[in-house]
Structures are given as structure tokens and as C-alpha cells.
Ligand binder design. Structure first.
Ligand code: NAP
Ligand code: ZN
Ligand code: ZN
Length: 351
């Protein structure tokens, strides 16, 4: 038995998203059926819906910042019951047996990983469909618990933008006495400011224009500099322990590596279309690292949600109906969002 479910899908990389019906599975013994209330709109949704990374699976129902309530659970589910407030991020399955999975780093699974959309279920066949839909069935291991006190709509972006910035901040030891730069103030960037502040780090925002100066201060940044001003690079040379690069377009990474202090790191989170050339001396001269980081594992995602619950950290959002998604993509590409679109799935349920 399957559950007919309204959704929005894109049929090909060049077409707009439009209404589409999918089938969700009845919960198996370890599954949780979730009524989706809200879903955040990540820039990765745009990259994938337009097949900018290659190999995309169509029709595609994007969405991996999913929050809602449990509708019902399978017979062997122990951690959730009907009515619980829950979230699902970028993953719905992994091998659970490789070295990475055993460490709770499922995002680096060496076996078969199932992403929430544009991927296959663990059977290797069934396409996965994301959160631009009214419900989803997920193995309980990949379901996260939302702390009381966090509003569902503003918590949705934590499931990708939140964990993607929390994980490298933790891994590279952001905290008191550490200088962190956030490169690019968008969905990921604004969460990075709040989380790095929450951890006690000194936070600087590097943005490509002057437009977001006031916002950066309001979000908690200590300092704001525009990369359009060449003086910025002179002033900040050798300053940062850690740069989180969240920019989705091509940039000259060499210029930013110069801002990293000895033994510091620049971590790539944004996925630009082309990889720029990195000059060896930019790294060698100060034993700098250029690294990357993919979302975060399931245990760390729960840790991040609990951290946000404790510190009252949520996303700044603009709530939209499902029907406004194509315009939202265009606005996101233009940088016209403060700072995350979140879809209210009530708009699809009533349709
Ligand atoms: P977003 O909200 O669109 O933010 C991207 C930011 O990049 C913009 O706010 C802007 O910041 C900067 N930017 C955009 N156009 C620019 C330009 N022409 N010149 C210079 N800077 C520009 O996107 P997002 O959802 O935060 O995602 C950011 C990137 O991370 C995407 O590539 C996405 O696919 C990737 N991502 C990666 C992971 C992972 O696991 N590694 C997870 C989620 C997303 P300023 O205006 O401040 O310059
Ligand atoms: Zn994402
Ligand atoms: Zn694995």
C-alpha cells in the first residue's frame, strides 16, 4: 500500500517546478510517517533542480530542510510517537555499517547513501523525493527531534544550513579566543554567524557588497567588511583561525587564503560551478589548510538542534506558499532573501 501525496516537482533541468503527485510508502516496522509542515529552500535545491552538478534524477521533488509532526510509526519504532515535533535533513539512509557510519558520520558513508531527494532509497532503485510535499516516510534513525521552544517554521533551515555550518565550526574548534570569518551572508552564512557567536567565537562577515552591513551586526557579527573594497584584504591579512566559505559562485580563493593565519583553515561549504586554481605558496607559506565539509552526521545534527534549543537560535525566514517557489529561486539567485525562504506546506495541503 502506498500513500498518494501532493508535491511540487521539476520534470527537467530547464523547466519550472509544478504540481506533481508522488507515492509515499506506508511506514515499515522501523519507519516514521511525518506530516510536513514547513520546508526550507536551500541553494543546493536550485543547483540540483537545474542539474548544475550533473547526474540529476528527474522528475525531482527538492527539499531537505523538513520539519513537521509524526503522523504514525511502525511497530518497532521506539524513539517517536504520533504528534512528536520532528525534522529530516539531507539524508534518509546509509549503509550503517562502514567506518564512517559507525562513527556517526553518515554523510561520508563509504557504502550506499540515500540523500533525501535526487537519490535512491537504500534498495538502490526507488527514487527519493524531498520536502516540497505534504508527507514523508523515513527510517527512524534519520529522524531528528526538535527541542521544545523552537518554532517549527524558523527551525526548518537548521536541518541543512544549521548543521552544515555547525559541523565545521565544531570540527575546527570555534570558541572563545578564535577568530572566525563567514564568507557570504546568505542562508548558510547567517546561521554561521549565530552559531559561531553561540560558541563564543569572534565573528567577522565578508560580503561582496555593503548592502548587508546592518544585518550582519543585528545577526551578531562583531565586524563586517566588503570584499568590493580592496583595502579589506590588506586590513585582514593573516587574521583568521577559520574561514567558512559559503559562496555559491566562482571566487578567487587565493585572495581569501591570505586572510588565514598560520595553521588556520579555509573550509569550503559553497559549491561553485568551477574550481579555481590555488597557488601552492598561499598554503605552504603559513601551513594553511584548504578543506571542505559536507552537512553533518545524524548524532551531530541532534547535538546542533539541542544547542539551538538551549541558545534560542533559529533562522531568519520569509514564509512562502508552495506556489511561489519558482519566483523564490530567482530571488535567491539574485541574493534577494533575508535569509531563508521557508515553504508553508499548508498551501499544498489545501490545494
Ligand atoms: P545563498 O543563501 O544563496 O547564499 C550564497 C551567498 O553567496 C550569498 O548570500 C552571497 O553572499 C554570496 N554570493 C552570491 N552571489 C555572489 C556573487 N555574485 N559574488 C559574490 N558572492 C556572492 O545560498 P546557501 O543556501 O547559503 O548555499 C550556499 C552554498 O552552499 C551553495 O553553493 C550550496 O549548494 C552550498 N551548500 C553546501 C552544503 C554542504 O554540505 N557543503 C550544504 C548546503 C549548501 P554576500 O551577498 O554576503 O556576498
Ligand atoms: Zn541544503
Ligand atoms: Zn556507511
Amino acid at each position: 500500500m502506498s500513500l498518494p501525496t501532493p508535491a511540487y516537482a521539476t520534470p527537467s533541468p530547464t523547466q519550472a517546478l509544478a504540481p506533481f503527485q508522488i507515492e509515499r510508502r506506508e511506514p515499515g516496522p522501523r519507519d516514521v510517517l511525518i506530516d510536513i509542515h514547513f520546508c526550507g529552500v536551500c541553494h543546493s535545491d536550485v543547483h540540483q533542480a537545474r542539474d548544475e552538478w550533473g547526474g540529476a534524477i528527474f522528475p525531482m521533488v527538492p527539499g531537505h530542510e523538513i520539519v513537521g509532526t509524526v503522523a504514525r510509526v511502525g511497530a518497532q519504532v521506539t524513539r517517536f510517537k504520533a504528534g512528536d515535533r520532528v525534522g529530516v535533513g539531507c539524508m534518509v539512509g546509509s549503509c550503517r555499517d562502514c567506518a564512517a557510519c559507525r562513527e556517526g558520520l553518515e554523510q561520508y558513508c563509504e557504502g550506499t547513501i540515500s540523500f533525501t531527494y535526487n537519490s535512491r532509497e537504500t534498495d538502490g532503485k526507488t527514487p527519493t523525493y524531498g520536502g516540497y510535499s505534504t508527507r514523508i516516510t523515513v527510517d527512524e534513525y534519520f529522524v531528528l527531534r526538535l527541542p521544545e521552544g523552537l518554532p517549527l517554521d524558523k527551525a526548518a533551515p537548521l536541518l541543512c544550513a544549521g548543521i552544515t555550518t555547525y559541523s565545521p565550526l565544531r570540527h575546527w574548534g570555534a570558541g572563545p579566543g578564535k577568530r572566525v570569518a563567514v564568507l557570504g551572508l546568505g542562508g548558510l552564512g547567517h546561521m554561521a554567524i549565530k552559531l559561531a557567536r553561540g560558541m563564543g567565537a569572534e565573528v567577522t562577515v565578508l560580503s561582496h557588497s555593503e548592502k548587508k552591513r546592518e544585518d550582519a551586526a543585528r545577526l551578531g557579527a562583531h565586524e563586517f567588511l566588503a570584499s568590493s573594497d580592496p583595502e579589506t584584504f590588506r586590513k585582514l591579512a593573516g587574521r583568521f583561525d577559520l574561514i567558512l566559505n559559503t559562496v555559491s559562485v566562482d571566487l578567487d580563493w587565493n585572495l581569501y587564503l591570505d586572510l588565514v593565519r598560520r595553521d588556520g583553515a579555509m573550509v569550503l561549504l559553497g559549491v561553485p560551478p568551477k574550481a579555481p586554481k590555488v597557488e601552492a605558496f598561499r598554503l605552504i607559506g603559513k601551513r594553511r589548510a584548504l578543506s571542505g565539509s559536507l552537512i553533518g552526521g545524524i548524532p551531530e545534527t541532534q547535538e546542533m538542534l539541542d544547542f539551538c534549543g538551549k541558545h534560542g537560535i533559529v533562522s531568519d525566514i520569509e514564509l512562502i506558499p508552495m506556489q511561489a517557489i519558482n519566483e523564490a529561486y530567482e530571488r535567491m539567485i539574485r541574493g534577494d532573501v533575508r535569509y531563508r525562504f521557508v515553504i508553508d506546506l499548508a498551501s499544498l495541503r489545501g490545494a
